[in-house]
Design a protein. Structure first.
Length: 372
């Protein structure tokens, strides 16, 4: 029996195991179909090291591929982004606004299940054009991803996505303006920023939203100033709002602004952890654990000098699956080159801010979805 070591993204919370899970000698630990209902169970298994029989794993992969039509997740996310922008901009004249946002949240969850790592790539690496709308979608994605660690219900997850998509509906134009503004916010802009959670709630109510959990989450989504530690009296604050808040702050640091460059992903994660008292903040900690040091879509520098892009997570956080884009002497490879970051010469040595790599990437080709 040849064993393959499992990594964290291969074991799903609240989904039956598709194969037997074994220890390194090959002894059975958990049978096929076993349901893991707590994230702590998965974390413990991954830490101790768990394995699957290669033949059983490959047989399951073949069955999955033969029973479903392979869909391009990047095309799905493109449609979702356009739909998000349309809904947020036309709420006044749309009597079905609330229902359509709910439908959109379902489409987001379907796209995440199609290929969650391709989705993560799209959220981390996505084009910042039209920042306000894309940021809302990114926040919904990351918050939903991190929500797996809390055991929330399907209704909670739907509310979480709807609230994240609409949290800034009261300041879309201002948010876009601020992303291109090189000077500090004016007093009026600061006042509008402070007022936007309540304004967003009022806009949603006027658009026919009656779900009180959705409205409360939007109104409370600015839990702290700029992602600081949870206030001592946060007991009355919606947990969904807390998770959205820290996802919002984390993603804002990854986006370039006129007055500052984008942060590298590991720096953004470290700043969030330190500023938000991550060890005592379950929401910040969940986001950092789910996104990891080098999430798909982030750029990294390798030991041989290559600049590469992360495509998928690896067996451990420091050794993701990457494709080299640029050589150490600045040569752009005509076709990206897969690298084994477990080897010393291709070890990841640093994260690279998104703004430092001015390239258009063929996402479909990187992930094997290209048809030609």
């Amino acid at each position: 029996m040849k064993l393959l070591r499992l990594c964290v993204n291969q074991i799903r919370l609240n989904e039956p195991l598709p194969w037997n899970v074994r220890n390194e000698p090959g002894h059975l630990l958990l049978g096929k179909g076993f349901l893991l209902t707590e994230q702590a169970q998965i974390d413990t298994l991954i830490e101790r090291g768990v394995y699957v029989d290669q033949e059983e794993y490959e047989r399951h992969q073949h069955e999955v591929q033969s029973t479903r039509t392979r869909r391009d997740p990047f095309a799905m996310w493109s449609v979702i982004l356009k739909r998000t922008g349309h809904l947020l901009r036309t709420h006044k004249e749309n009597p079905q606004f609330a229902q359509e946002v709910g439908t959109l949240s379902g489409h987001i969850q379907v796209a995440m299940k199609e290929d969650v790592e391709a989705g993560t790539f799209e959220m981390v690496h996505g084009d910042p054009t039209g920042y306000a709308v894309s940021h809302s979608l990114q926040t919904a994605f990351v918050a939903c991803l991190a929500a797996d660690r809390f055991g929330w219900t399907d209704n909670d997850r739907t509310t979480l996505i709807r609230a994240a998509l609409t949290m800034n509906i009261g300041m879309l134009d201002l948010q876009n303006t601020l992303s291109h503004q090189s000077t500090p916010p004016t007093p009026q802009q600061k006042a509008d920023i402070a007022a936007h959670p309540a304004r967003s709630r009022a806009i949603l109510e006027a658009a026919g939203v009656t779900d009180q959990d959705w409205l409360k989450t939007v109104e409370q989504h600015h839990v702290t100033p700029d992602g600081g530690a949870l206030p001592a009296d946060h007991g009355n604050v919606s947990p969904l709002a807390c998770l959205i808040h820290y996802a919002d702050v984390y993603l804002a640091r990854l986006a370039p602004r006129a007055n500052r460059p984008a942060m590298a992903v590991n720096i953004a994660a470290r700043e969030l952890f330190l500023k938000a008292a991550g060890a005592n903040n379950p929401y910040a900690a969940a986001i950092i654990k789910e996104m990891g040091m080098f999430p798909p879509g982030s750029f990294v520098k390798l030991a041989n000098g290559d600049t590469a892009v992360v495509v998928r997570r690896g067996e451990n956080a420091g050794a993701p699956l990457v494709h080299s884009l640029i050589s150490s002497d600045g040569w752009v490879f005509p076709d990206s080159r897969p690298r084994d970051t477990g080897k010393p010469e291709f070890k990841v040595v640093a994260a690279v801010p998104r703004g430092n790599v001015l390239m258009q990437l063929n996402r479909q080709k990187l992930y094997g979805y290209a048809t030609a």
